[in-house]
Write a protein of this length. Sequence first.
Length: 93
Amino acid sequence: MNNLFFDKKVFQIDTIKRALYRFADNCSFDISCVDDEIRVVIVTYNNDINELIAKIRNEVIDQDLRDTISKETHDIRILILANAFSNTGLIES
C-alpha cells in the first residue's frame, strides 16, 4: 500500500475522487481526511506504483483545472444555451 497526500486548501475532495475514478481499473483507494490533508491509500493490481502515483497526481491537477474553467465559463455557457433555445420556438414568449 502507498499513500498520497493532498492539501485541502488546494484541492477539493470531489476533484480528487473524479481523478481517482479514472484509475479504478488499475487499483483501489481508501480516502480519508486528516487535519488539513486528504489522504489516499492506494492498493495496486501489479502496477508500477511510481508511474501510477505520477499519473494520479497529473489527473488531479487536470480535474482541478477543469473545475476552474467550468466555474469561470458558467455564465457564458448559460447565455449560449439560452440563446440556442430561444431560437428554436420551444420556449414561448
